[in-house]
Design a protein around this ligand. Structure first.
Ligand code: GDP
Length: 139
């Protein structure tokens, strides 16, 4: 089934000029970048986006990190895009990420782990809508 997922190339990735390198991994896996923009996430955006984690001890650090430098927000499209992107991202903690995954290749730590990808169809829909009007998504 063709589906869409939401992706973020996080500040640690844009700071090290890794947008193209990560996009190459994404495209090589057969996912199509059907929307993309580079933005500076506001505190309000970050708090809303990670609202599910607001009671976690790392929430403050997470919001600080996500607003510390530009991010690239994207919509990826493809066969089973949500699960496929999670697979090529690798585990949240890069120390546990499989060889060849984006986080194994590029992530610095659990807090600076280079990429975000939606975990389910419902969250993908909500996350995409937070950053992209329909007219900006061209499949
Ligand atoms: P993901 O779906 O793999 O990104 O992981 P989660 O939804 O569990 O967590 C969201 C993000 O919060 C992760 O990508 C990390 O950047 C951050 N995070 C999760 N756990 C920790 C932690 O223990 N410490 C810190 N500093 N950040 C964390």
């Amino acid at each position: 089934m063709t589906e869409r997922t939401f992706s973020i190339l996080k500040p640690d990735a844009t700071e090290r000029n890794l947008t193209g390198a990560i996009n190459a991994v994404i495209e090589k896996a057969g996912l199509r970048i059907v929307a993309q923009k580079r933005i500076k996430m506001s505190r309000t955006d970050a708090e809303q986006f990670y609202g599910v984690h607001k009671e976690r001890p790392f929430f403050g650090e997470l919001v600080e990190t996500m607003t510390s430098a530009p991010v690239v927000v994207q919509v990826l499209e493809g066969e089973g895009a949500i699960a496929k992107y999670r697979e090529i991202m690798g585990a949240t903690n890069p120390a546990q990420a499989a060889d060849g995954t984006i986080r194994k290749l590029y992530a610095k730590s659990i807090g600076e782990n280079s990429v975000h990808g939606s975990d389910a169809p419902e969250t993908a829909k909500v996350e995409i809508a937070q950053f992209f009007p329909d007219a900006e998504i061209v499949g």
